[in-house]
Design a protein around this ligand. Sequence first.
Ligand SMILES: [Zn+2]
Length: 87
Amino acid sequence: MTEKSFSPTDDENDTLLFEKLQEHVLAHYPNPERKGCPDPAVLKSLIDDPGNITLDALNDLHIFKCAECTRLLMELRQKKKQSGTSE
Ligand SMILES: [Zn+2]
């Protein structure tokens, strides 16, 4: 794999970076018309089972440039955190 990707090495940084990124997206990429948004079911799968989601299904890096999708992802992640504390 020569592709450069978003791959920080430790989890805490990952989360912090992700939160910063989300804030940035929310502030700078409003998308009231939901142009190019993937199906909400796809976003849900991204939270539940990220290994099964392709970039294609996500419309490439759309979620990093769409406040609507980012907001939905945050909600989904929150819900998952609240419901799944089995570990
Ligand atoms: Zn979107």
